[in-house]
Design a protein around this ligand. Structure first.
Ligand code: IMP
Ligand code: MG
Length: 203
């Protein structure tokens, strides 16, 4: 707005979920019975994850549409986000004058040209930095990173993906393929695990 002193929103941070956000009461949604008692609250309902992913697909198409892209899914936590993102990219490609030719792979070492890395969550950023340096050896023309979630951390080393779905508090989250010791991948919503859940599924 003209004359407004408000800062322009930084869309690069994605949907910002602040530390004081109490989340949604679990009883307002459905979720598998075997996780009753193991979760604190719903951080991001499944529908909002899917809606946000649709917009990320539009942003990605605007930037790197009309070329051949290798979508590189970081297993295992990235599989839901990757599948939904690819579905949206295909829809845009079918229904608009933008197109994209997509190939999908799951982190394997070989030569790549235009790479879109699809990750579930960036915490410290160490995993992504290591992955990027191993892929850079293959000298791709372009590497972009899309992460559904980025944790807000006090001592973040500043790694910022090109596309961010949600910036979240520094809590351990599960659901939508994100796991705790392989559990909770079958939960649709992104939720904060509670102490009981951590104890129950501790290895
Ligand atoms: P980073 O190296 O600290 O950025 O951690 C990234 C990886 O750790 C992700 O790819 C996830 O596999 C895992 N991770 C980090 N935080 C969470 C979480 O809250 N829930 C589930 N997995 C997580
Ligand atoms: Mg991951």
């Amino acid at each position: 707005m003209a004359g407004s002193s408000e800062e322009a929103p930084d869309y690069g941070r994605g949907v910002v979920i602040t530390d004081d956000w109490p989340g949604y009461d679990l009883n307002l949604f459905t979720y598998p019975q075997h996780y009753y008692g193991d979760l604190e609250y719903v951080l991001i309902p499944h529908g909002i994850v899917v809606d946000r992913t649709e917009r990320l697909a539009q942003d990605i198409m605007k930037d790197i549409g009309n070329c051949d892209i290798m979508v590189l899914c970081v297993l295992k936590g990235g599989y839901k986000f990757c599948a939904d993102l690819v579905e949206h990219l295909k829809n845009i490609s079918r229904n608009s004058d933008q197109f994209v030719s997509l190939k999908v792979d799951f982190i394997r070492l070989k030569s790549y040209k235009n790479v879109l890395i699809v990750e579930d969550v960036v915490g410290t950023g160490r995993t992504m930095k290591a992955l990027l340096s191993s892929i850079e050896k293959y000298k791709p023309n372009m590497i972009k990173v899309a992460s559904l979630l980025v944790k807000r951390r006090p001592r973040s080393d500043g790694f910022r993906p090109d596309y961010v779905g949600f910036e979240i508090p520094d809590r351990f989250v599960v659901g939508y393929a994100l796991d705790y010791n392989e559990y909770f991948r079958d939960l649709n919503h992104i939720c904060v695990i509670n102490e009981h859940g951590k104890e129950k599924y501790r290895v």
